[in-house]
Design a protein around this ligand. Structure first.
Ligand code: SDX
Length: 437
């Protein structure tokens, strides 16, 4: 980061000493005001619940311009990556900072492929869950449990441990998600096959049975791989910040990623794709396109607590570029499956059109985000709604790892420990219980 010629000066109306605060510039995006010495010099904290104006780190991985609707992974526009690369190339890019050449891609793909099996003991964890357990409950448990198997790669300060833990997590997430699915439908687990692509392997583990092979449809496999690419990383979102804060204690990478899985589950974050599809199905049950007006009235009524799931974003105040790409994929998949008259897709398109024209949403800069269309694509592929967020976690694992590794590799990093504004009781004495009212 580059010191700016401009300084920030903090002055107080009570005549307390002013303080110069350095400003730093990144390569693109907003400058930052360095407040690291603020408390020591003024005895005051900054106050920013939800961190709307706070940069938590200096990162080189992903850049988002919310006003332009721009998303770059290591400088490459998401549109170009979705068009020209596959997910494992994107993983290599996020982890190492550069796209792989042909040899590097072959070697990386082979390395990941050869780590796709999980320890046979892992299957016994699933037996403790009810068959109707939510896949994200299972995944939170399974990812954390991985740290019980890989004592040779849990020292986060050891670069070799970090590398092998990254490969293991990226390689095994599809196997674990497919196991979580098979467990809930009472079918036997399907082992990975080393002659399949990453996305093709996942879809076979999901949909093959011992009685019947699953021949992946290349359009659907490409769509699945694109879903992985679009969800791979997204700057300092809630789950990534969770992984960074968790990892800052020095805990092992599996535990830190499990914390990210838990955070992503929330409906305001990664759980929004499940919530968005449930919302569309609810409106369809209410009467579909004809009833959109009544639904929109509910959304505008603050007392209803009804949100337009899959719309709005903390950063994007323009169309989420991933939503545009997801929408294209939607058309491709529904056409490939002959579902272009799918009522849910038609409803989604009608809802999007209304939201993009209605001042309530336009004034609040509420545009479709990645979750609005990803659910429709996954539903068309045959993925159950409850598994959508687990697939988001699968895809985001590489982003979490890249961000975690970047933090651990930063010489300035220390354990994260925010402070607070305290508004509770001032010191008081404990009265004997007989004297308490
Ligand atoms: C993801 O951070 C990331 O990068 C996340 C993510 C990633 O890749 O990691 O991009 C993935 O989580 C995408 C977001 C998925 N979530 C949803 O689709 C859930 C629905 N969206 C909202 O809950 C909301 O938009 C958030 C949480 C996404 C963002 O909320 P903000 O920035 O805190 O905005 P806000 O809640 O303050 O909303 C501003 C206004 C409010 O109205 P007013 O009080 O000004 O009248 O817009 C309203 C909100 O009530 N509003 C919505 C709305 N989202 C915001 N009203 C109806 N429907 C919505 N979806």
């Amino acid at each position: 980061m580059t010191p700016s010629d401009v300084k920030a000066t903090l002055s107080f109306s009570d005549g307390s000493p002013t303080m110069d605060l350095p400003i730093y510039k990144g390569s693109i995006g907003p400058d930052v005001i360095d407040i690291r010495k603020l408390y020591a010099q003024t005895g005051k904290f900054t106050y920013d619940p939800g961190f709307l104006s706070t940069a938590s780190c200096n990162s080189t991985i992903t850049y988002i311009d919310g006003d332009k609707g721009e998303l770059l992974y290591r400088g490459y526009p998401i549109e170009q990556l979705a068009e020209n690369c596959d997910y494992l190339e994107t993983c290599y890019l996020l982890l190492k900072g550069e796209l792989p050449n042909a040899t590097q891609k072959t070697d990386f793909t082979k390395l990941v492929t050869n780590h796709t099996m999980v320890n046979e003991q892992m299957q016994f964890f699933l037996r403790g869950f009810r068959r109707d357990a939510h896949p994200m409950a299972i995944m939170t448990g399974l990812v954390g449990a991985m740290s019980a198997f890989y004592h040779d790669s849990t020292d986060i300060h050891n670069a070799e441990h970090r590398d092998i833990a990254a490969i293991r997590l990226i390689a095994k997430m599809p196997t674990l998600v497919a196991m979580a699915y098979k467990y809930t439908v009472g079918q036997p687990y399907i082992y990975p096959k080393n002659d399949l692509s990453y996305a093709g392997n996942f879809m076979r583990m999901m949909f093959a049975t011992p009685c019947e092979e699953y021949e992946p449809n290349e359009v659907l496999v490409r769509a699945m791989d694109r879903i992985f690419i679009l969800h791979a990383d997204h700057e300092q979102n809630a789950s990534t910040s969770t992984v960074r804060l968790c990892g800052s204690s020095g805990t092992n990478p599996f535990a830190a990623i499990a914390a990210g899985v838990a955070c992503l589950w929330g409906p305001a974050h990664g759980g929004a794709n499940e919530a968005a599809l449930n919302m569309l199905e609810d409106v369809q049950r209410m009467g579909g396109v004809e009833k959109i007006g009544d639904f929109i009235k509910q959304v505008k009524d603050k007392n209803s607590n009804v949100k337009l799931m899959g719309f709005g974003h903390r950063v994007y105040k323009n169309y989420d570029p991933r939503a545009k790409l997801m929408r294209e994929t939607c058309h491709e998949v529904l056409d490939a499956l002959g579902l272009h008259n799918d009522p849910i897709f038609k409803l989604a398109m009608a809802l999007e059109k209304i939201a993009l024209e209605d001042d309530y949403f336009v004034s609040r800069k509420l545009y479709p985000n990645v979750d609005f269309y990803s659910g429709i694509v996954q539903r068309a592929i045959g993925i159950p709604v409850t598994l959508f967020t687990a697939i988001f976690a699968l895809a985001r694992t590489v982003g979490w790892i890249a961000q975690l590794n970047e933090m651990i590799g930063d010489p300035e990093y220390k354990i994260g420990r925010p402070r607070q504004l305290f508004s509770g009781s001032t010191p008081r004495n404990v009265a004997p219980i007989a004297q308490r009212r």
